[in-house]
Write a protein that binds this ligand. Structure first.
Ligand code: SF4
Length: 402
């Protein structure tokens, strides 16, 4: 990693927290019942019913960061899963089929599977395959794609009615009931963590920005996997204090911030520091991104089920290109962005389709140029180092010339 980079002191807390998270879930019997869930699943209900959760997508990111994805993906590919499928899905299925060769021996076996298609259609087939392989019950939550800005009432009602079904389904399979007090407490903690995360990200409007994209990508883990717990709140309180102190001292995440950039799509996990070093060395800091932004929407607790339905139906990639262009334009303007970098992620079609159109629309509205990099979040076979370096250099030259 570039020496022009300031490491967060809170990253030690993050390592402890995530190690503990995985270690406690590995102890069979200690955390039961256990559900495997997608990143956009309404975990607040599961926690409120005493069901522990783990996230195969987070496991995929971990495997990707450890550069352990390809052998696992190949296990799945040998069983007929197409190499064109999402690499989180292939790695995770590979870890299920061959746990002895998977980092940490794979995830602890689940009692339940809960998938919500608010992020993509892939999760439906991925979880159906898991249900078949493991003989575990599966709940599919359907969140209709939002073609128009604004969420229609009938869509909220439709998702809310499925959340009621989810509660009944969990009771049927585990004997657990929704504990209203625990549910209310979970929602409170979830909103508290989400608010802290939003405030931390907003602090990056400061010049220089106290955080860079690698900081955001690493510190997002608790908002994904520990949403609704006190641990997440404790972690983000500490992180916010560190970030505020940086802002007060006028300290940036990188030593000489010359350009402020926006990142679109999931990180390239196996290149996290190496890739961003190319930007850091040129004084370019990613002050905002659309991916970690996705976990910054609170739940309206006046009617918690309706509130959850609204929040989970409105996740970023469940919305039209027009809505995404508006959100991105807002981020570019509020964070004083000089350039946008789009990761065209071979794995994630719903995130990557339409990026050329997005680039054009947002550039037209803001006058800010953009670069598209083709790669994959986990599969190192899809990363062409020299062409990517050349494209980044040309983009940095363009920023310099402006
Ligand atoms: S296709 Fe995209 S949204 Fe779906 S699981 Fe893979 S990375 Fe996540």
């Amino acid at each position: 990693m570039s020496r022009r980079y300031r490491k967060l002191a809170t990253s030690k807390d993050l390592t402890h927290l995530m190690t503990r998270y995985y270690a406690t879930r590995k102890v069979v019997g200690k955390v039961r019942p256990l559900a495997w869930v997608t990143s956009g699943a309404p975990v607040e209900i599961l926690i409120g019913m005493g069901v522990a959760t783990v996230y195969p997508e987070n496991y995929g990111a971990l495997v990707g960061a450890q550069r352990a994805a390809v052998p696992l993906a190949q296990v799945a590919e040998e069983q007929g899963y197409s190499p064109d499928l999402c690499s989180y899905a292939r790695c995770h299925v590979g870890s299920v089929l061959d746990p002895r060769n998977a980092p940490q021996g794979g995830l602890p076996k689940p009692d339940l599977l809960v998938a919500c298609n608010n992020i993509c259609g892939t999760v439906i087939k991925w979880y159906q395959a898991l249900a078949q392989e493991l003989n575990v019950p599966l709940f599919l939550l359907d969140a209709p794609y939002q073609h128009e800005p604004g969420l229609p009432h009938h869509a909220v009602q439709y998702v809310a009615s499925q959340l009621e079904e989810l509660i009944a389904w969990v009771t049927r399979h585990t004997g657990r009931h929704l504990n209203e007090k625990k549910f209310a407490q979970t929602l409170k903690l979830s909103n508290e963590a989400v608010t802290l995360w939003r405030e931390i990200r907003e602090l990056c409007q400061a010049r220089p920005s106290p955080l860079n994209a690698p900081d955001l990508f690493l510190t997002m883990a608790p908002i994904v996997v520990l949403r609704g717990t006190r641990d997440a709140v404790t972690f983000y309180r500490k992180l916010k204090t560190e970030v505020e102190e940086r802002v007060a001292r006028g300290e940036g995440s990188i030593f000489e911030e010359r350009y402020r950039l926006l990142w679109d799509n999931i990180a390239i996990w196996y290149q996290l520091f190496r890739l961003f070093s190319l930007f850091i060395d040129a004084g370019a800091c990613f002050v905002v991104d659309t991916y970690t932004n996705a976990w910054s929407v609170s739940v309206d607790t006046d009617d918690p089920i309706l509130g959850l339905a609204r929040t989970y139906a409105m996740v970023y990639i469940n919305q039209s290109l027009q809505a995404r262009a508006e959100l991105m334009t807002d981020l570019v303007e509020r964070f004083s962005v000089d350039g946008m970098v789009f990761h065209s992620n071979r794995s994630c079609k719903p995130y990557s389709l339409g990026q050329y159109e997005l680039l054009e629309q947002v550039s037209q509205r803001t006058g800010v140029p953009g670069l598209i990099l083709e790669a994959d979040m986990c599969d190192t076979r899809l990363y062409a180092e020299e062409p990517i370096k050349n494209r980044i250099q040309a983009f940095l030259d363009l920023l310099e010339a402006r």
